[in-house]
Design a binder for this molecule. Structure first.
Ligand SMILES: [Zn+2]
Length: 332
């Protein structure tokens, strides 16, 4: 049994309160390896931003949970070493069972998501409430994120063919019955790098796909139903055309990639949206740089010489997100 406070981690409670008052969102970046942790911590220390480190079930399978938890512990010390303590949350992304959430809580996670969005409403309420009761009864309060509504797209083990917007009528009942600390909603974001089918989009003069706008009307209705309650956006990568172009220039193929425009995320971050999940953009940044290095230096075989530039590109991306998209820079 390890409490997250022993690892130097924070839960999301105070962070979301400040984010709500300050009109910004906390970045939630996924990690599976050392280069990603280095990029996240360097970027967040340099921009003085709080950060949520996310572990998906795919990451647990790939990297092993013990290793990931200790990387989060190392991240706390590393930030301190870099000269500026920032609040760091270790969060389970898309927990799908009570047992998984319990296991994470007992081994040092400060926050968990229980995603019951694929069940019936009643089953979602029951499962989420069960996780909240356990998480909130710990000596150190662990925060819980629930989900209402279904996002389309594919992310590790989570996938759905069709989206289903959150019903604003359900949110008060869900929050009251479950006692959840934050709520992921579906207003048109989507997992993965191809967030919309081309036929759902328009094209600009250069043939670039323009996605349908986020449903800010639904977000506003939800804000009216549960004022001051922290909202979370999943699937909020922007899928920068520069990275897609770079990947394709150096031999990759990513047809019909399209993400959520950054101006829309900027707008969402100023509302009750307190946490924005970004994963695909980081994957694209690393892949673009790896392909470039491999193409330009075909004789390179030292992993540090290609993983290093990929890490630096990732750091650059995250600094940009904190500063220009989420508004979290300078808040820690
Ligand atoms: Zn997600």
């Amino acid at each position: 049994m390890t409490s997250y406070t022993e690892l130097g981690l924070a839960n999301t409670r105070e962070l979301f309160k400040k984010a709500m008052a300050g009109g910004y969102a906390i970045p939630a970046y996924n990690f599976n390896n050392m280069e990603q942790i280095q990029a996240i911590i360097q970027a967040c220390v340099e921009t003085k931003s709080p950060v949520i480190l996310q572990v998906s079930s795919g990451a647990r399978k790939y990297a092993n949970q013990t290793i990931l938890r200790n990387m989060a512990r190392a991240a706390v010390e590393y930030a301190n070493e870099l000269g500026h303590d920032i609040p760091i949350v270790l969060h389970l992304d898309h927990g799908d069972t009570f047992e998984l959430c319990k296991d994470c809580i007992e081994t040092g996670f400060s926050s968990v998501m229980i995603d019951g969005s694929h069940f019936s409403y009643e089953e979602n309420v029951a499962l989420t409430r069960k996780v909240c009761e356990f998480a909130h009864s710990q000596k150190d309060y662990v925060t819980v994120e629930g989900e209402l509504g279904i996002l389309a797209g594919v992310e590790d083990d989570v996938s759905s063919e069709h989206s289903h917007y959150t019903e604003p009528e359900e949110v008060i009942d869900f929050v009251n019955k479950t006692k959840v600390d934050s709520l992921a909603i579906s207003i048109g974001t989507s997992h993965g790098r191809a967030k919309f089918k081309p036929e759902q989009c328009t094209r600009d003069a250069n043939g670039i796909l323009i996605p349908p706008p986020l449903r800010f009307d639904i977000l506003e209705e939800i804000e009216k139903k549960i004022p001051g309650f922290p909202i979370v956006l999943h699937g909020a990568s922007s899928v920068p055309v520069e990275y897609v172009a770079m990947i394709e220039k150096f031999g990759g193929k990513l047809s019909d990639s399209v993400g959520i425009p950054e101006e829309q995320l900027r707008r969402a971050a100023k509302s009750a949206v307190c946490k924005i999940n970004i994963d695909s953009d980081g994957r694209l940044a690393m892949t673009a740089m790896l392909r470039k290095v491999f193409t330009e230096k075909p004789d390179e075989f030292d992993p540090r010489k290609y993983l290093g530039p990929a890490r630096d590109e990732l750091k650059k991306l995250y600094m940009h997100k904190n500063t220009n998209v989420l508004g979290s820079a300078g808040q820690a």
